[in-house]
Design a protein around this ligand. Structure first.
Ligand code: FHN
Length: 475
């Protein structure tokens, strides 16, 4: 009898413990569900903290690379107008035929370490590479689709894995460009890109399936397996994609990695190539994306100007219209003086080489930044005046009284600055030149800096710009 009572007692006890554990688990689960973070309503402090490294970085490399580098702008013996990565659309290449380019894409000369070293030397602090462009081809070993560099191409290896590892080695943040539009996927734009036909309700319904069962699982792979720091969306303009889907996509990506940065092309707010969000709704995205242009003036939100070095993002064998190093360096200075970032593109060849003209320009940008980087990195724009005339730009070192006046042309023997009042004992120098320059200031005549003739005579075609370092304040 005693034994029976004990067993009953123990069973009752275990049962009540089980019930109480279940209640706690349910409560915990319920609490967890209640705690779900709304990343679309982040505090300013959390946002500033998350954006801090990107704002300090100022300069990154954009890479457009994929099977479009194989035709390199030529189709059926003819040069196809337009940007290289759009050849599938512009030449109305049937999917099966375009897949032959993917089958031929075998970049044996690709060297991730060499690319990361070039970024480092050029002074680029982050990279954004096409994980999947509009053609739908994945540059990583995706388990979601066989249409990728590891399974579909003879190359057979994971490009993104190699590059993300190399970037880590050199301290460069790794980001991916991912197209929402997809000319290869049957539930996306595979059947419209050649016909430009009207999008109907069935297309919109199918597109939801593509988003949930294809796009999001591939994003999960990229964010969880490649430790992506930036998700740079594009192709958001397709009619099937909605503002609500954009906000949900932003939330989804942030839940996967709360610290990740996401551009404004995750949603539908972008005002075309000008790149900044309309302010007539709660559009998602951490920064605006002017494309092939620089904002005229300054704005209160974060922005990054993305540009090509020639006229195409993806490699075109016949595009030799390269911007000079002077133009590229002056673009960087102008963008940073206005409080933006510069995302400068390279379009590697099908063999895996960054074109020599790009390497030359990036090397000269690196040479300039090795001397003048302190006037670019971790700087803010001045409150009132980002420039004086057309040939002087200003930046200010974060959290200090150091101001840089950057002259884009060789200055006169007396450089007059109208908006800077130096501290009484301020030493004024040109970065990279150790001479303390003579100067005087008055409210009437402003700041006059004397540049000796022997310094002026050192200015040459590879000087590009001088940064005058001043301790003082904007007036
Ligand atoms: O259609 C794309 C284009 O191929 C390229 O990727 C640029 C660079 O951001 N974005 C779109 C054009 O606005």
């Amino acid at each position: 009898m005693k034994t029976t009572i004990n067993i009953t007692l123990i069973t009752t006890l275990l049962f009540s413990v089980a019930i109480s554990c279940k209640n706690q688990t349910d409560k915990k689960k319920e609490t967890e569900e209640v705690v779900k973070v709304d990343y679309l309503n982040e505090t300013k402090a959390d946002f500033d903290n998350r954006m801090a490294w990107w704002r300090d970085a100022r300069f990154g490399m954009f890479i457009h690379w994929g099977p479009y580098a194989v035709p390199a702008g030529i189709y059926n013996g003819e040069e196809i107008e337009g940007i290289g990565e759009w050849i599938m659309y512009n030449a109305k290449v049937p999917i099966e035929e375009y897949e032959t380019y993917a089958k031929a894409f075998d970049p044996q000369k690709f060297d991730a370490d060499q690319w990361a070293k070039l970024m480092k030397y050029a002074g680029m602090k982050y990279v954004v590479i096409t994980s999947k462009h509009h053609d739908g081809f994945a540059l990583w070993d995706s388990k979601v689709s066989q249409y990728n560099i590891a399974d579909f191409s003879p190359y057979g290896k994971d490009i993104l894995k190699q590059l993300s590892n190399a970037c880590k080695k050199y301290g460069i943040k790794f980001g991916t460009y991912h197209s929402i539009m997809d000319w290869h996927h049957p539930k996306a734009q595979a059947d419209t890109y050649t016909k430009n036909r009207e999008v109907n309700d069935e297309d919109k319904e199918e597109f939801k399936g593509y988003l949930e069962d294809y796009l999001k699982p591939q994003l999960r792979e990229l964010i969880t397996e490649y430790d992506t720091d930036i998700m740079w969306f594009d192709g958001e303009w397709v009619e099937e994609f909605t503002h609500d889907q954009g906000k949900a996509l932003y939330q989804y990506v942030r839940e996967l990695k709360p610290s990740i940065l996401i551009n404004n092309r995750v949603d539908k707010g972008r005002q075309g190539m000008q790149g900044m969000n309309k302010d007539d709704a709660d559009y998602a995205g951490d920064f605006g994306t002017p494309e092939q242009e620089i904002l005229e003036g300054t704005v209160s939100s974060d922005w990054e100007s993305c540009m090509t070095m020639n006229d195409t993002w993806g490699f075109k064998s016949k595009d030799d219209n390269w911007k000079s190093s002077t133009v590229l360096i002056h673009n960087l200075i102008d963008i940073v003086a206005k409080g933006g970032n510069y995302l400068l593109n390279v379009g590697p060849t099908a063999e895996g080489l960054i074109p020599e003209p790009s390497v030359e320009r990036l090397t000269e940008m690196g040479n300039w930044l090795a001397i003048n980087g302190e006037a670019i990195y971790s700087t803010d724009r001045l409150e009132q005046n980002f420039k004086q005339g057309e040939d002087i730009r200003f930046t200010k070192k974060k959290g200090s009284k150091t101001i840089y006046a950057i002259t884009l042309i060789k200055p006169e023997s007396v450089l007059t600055l109208n908006h800077i009042k130096p501290e009484q004992n301020s030493i004024i120098k040109i970065l990279g030149i150790d001479n303390n320059l003579k100067w005087e200031f008055s409210k009437e005549t402003g700041l006059k800096i004397h540049v000796p003739q022997d310094l002026l005579s050192t200015w040459n075609e590879k000087t590009f710009a001088w940064s005058f370092k001043i301790t003082g304040k904007e007036i």
